[in-house]
Design a protein around this ligand. Structure first.
Ligand SMILES: C[S@@+](CC[C@H](N)C(=O)[O-])C[C@H]1O[C@@H](n2cnc3c(N)ncnc32)[C@H](O)[C@@H]1O
Length: 436
């Protein structure tokens, strides 16, 4: 069991929490080797998208696009992410379907296939530097959706098991809880509460990608009506990718980003240490020094993973401001806080720190403020953000003409001309408006 401390470059002493790293190792695990994806296909890692080496990526990831069936769990995870997007869209007055859709960093391309099959877009393209999407057995996807619907009754049972303390769960209960891939439970573990409509999507088109592009999104020169990206924007420099997304959209087009939050400990990078928020509360330089001194066997892998994440380490406010500067207006955004303090797959959630050790968040924030004074407590909590934007012309200015057009659209006064109209107006004023 490790004990000790680390002194930051600002002279702050951070005590190790006994048993902390051991818990993480036994639950989510600690990365010990760098993944080729992280090393080769992140523009942040290689110092700009112009330096991406396609040949090297192809060689290292060969076979990635062999035909495969995604596990039901993999399908459920993507379905839950699709549905968060759908729920957010539904809260706006955007008309569906979109015409042309692009998914950036599409990976296996499941989300864009769901977007097409469930009638959100008519034509969909996926782009990724590593080609994995064409290997997916598309005919199987409809069956997987039906299978998840069929397993739906188990969801309530899972919920009940989930609520029990671990020691009271039977062997089969454990199995049902861990292995049945209910998308709502998968979502819940990430703080995404999905309504039952997730099972009511009508399949209106085949689960198919119209086009798969293996390539660098920065080299794509086309226009789309909808651009989405699920867990990919953290791979790009924030400002570059938002500027590119704006170029790829028609005016009025929609951008949806689902991205991991740097400022929470259990983000996709899986960067850990002997104390809470190790990667977040230290500067890059300090975290690397800490890794060399205290986690030498994982240092190389964790440094590589650190490097793929956008170096701007944006807060939600930064995302929104950067998008605005790139020509977008925000239509909606959500922060997803993992509700279960501890889990097998995700280690210690921000909520666990807040509930079991409240002073630690203030300490973490004090450390962060040594080098990022803009970060606030609420930024430490969410696991992910979902953000919906609309592209506008940044040069547009409100003028008299805009306002006079708007006046025509606004129904300011109702002036009835006929007797019946006047009677209706009096009735409405007396009965409905209480005489106002
Ligand atoms: C974490 S994966 C996301 C996979 C997928 N969206 C999903 O939800 O399963 C991020 C992807 O971004 C891709 N990527 C990174 N840089 C890229 C670039 N310049 N152009 C296109 N894709 C890129 C990576 O190859 C990787 O597959």
């Amino acid at each position: 069991m490790s004990s000790g401390h680390f002194i930051t470059q600002f002279g702050r002493r951070i005590e190790f929490v006994r048993g902390y790293l051991e818990f993480i190792d036994r639950t989510m695990g600690i990365r010990r080797s760098a993944e080729p994806d992280h090393v080769l296909s992140s523009q942040n890692q290689v110092g700009g998208h112009g330096n991406l080496d396609f040949q090297a990526v192809r060689e290292r990831t060969q076979g990635a696009n062999r035909t495969r069936r995604l596990s039901l769990h993999g399908f459920g995870t993507r379905l839950s992410r699709f549905h968060t997007f759908y729920q957010m869209l539904r809260d706006t007055d955007i008309k569906l379907p979109f015409g042309r859709h692009l998914d950036i960093g599409c990976g296996f391309g499941l989300q864009p296939r769901l977007i097409r099959a469930f009638g959100v877009a008519e034509n969909t393209t996926g782009i990724d530097i590593i080609e994995r999407a064409s290997g997916i057995d598309e005919r199987h996807l409809g069956r997987q959706y039906r299978m998840l619907k069929w397993l739906r009754p188990l969801e309530n049972w899972q919920e009940r098991i989930d609520a029990k303390p671990a020691a009271q769960r039977g062997k089969y209960e454990h199995l049902i809880r861990e292995k049945v891939p209910g998308p709502r439970l998968i979502g819940k573990r990430q703080g995404i509460f999905l309504d039952r409509d997730i099972y009511r999507h009508k399949v209106v088109a085949p689960f198919k990608l119209d086009r798969i592009i293996q390539g660098n999104v920065f080299e794509l020169d086309e226009k789309f009506d909808l651009v989405t990206s699920f867990t990919s924007f953290e791979w790009f420099d924030t400002r570059d990718i938002l500027a590119k997304a704006a170029l790829l959209l028609n005016e009025g087009g929609i951008l949806y980003i689902w991205t991991s939050n740097w400022w929470t400990e259990t983000n996709v990078a899986g960067l850990v240490g002997h104390f809470p928020f190790a990667a977040q509360r230290l500067t890059r330089e300090d975290y690397f020094r800490y890794l060399d001194q205290h986690m030498p066997e994982s240092a190389e892998a964790l440094k590589a993973t650190y490097g793929f994440f956008t170096p701007t380490h944006p807060t939600l406010a930064d995302w929104i401001e950067a998008a605005y500067r790139a020509g977008f207006v925000p239509l909606g955004h959500r922060s997803y806080i993992q509700p279960q303090p501890f889990t097998l797959k995700w280690g210690v959630h921000a909520l666990a720190h807040a509930l079991h050790n409240p002073p630690v968040l203030a300490e973490v924030l004090e450390d962060i403020h040594q080098f990022r004074p803009d970060v606030r407590l609420e930024h430490l909590m969410p696991y992910t953000y979902g953000m919906l934007f609309q592209k506008v012309d940044p040069a547009r200015r409100m003028n008299a003409e805009t306002l006079s057009r708007a006046t025509a659209e606004v129904d300011i006064h109702y002036r009835p001309t006929g007797v019946a109209g006047r009677l209706m107006k009096r009735l409405a004023r007396n009965v409905l408006l209480g005489g106002r």
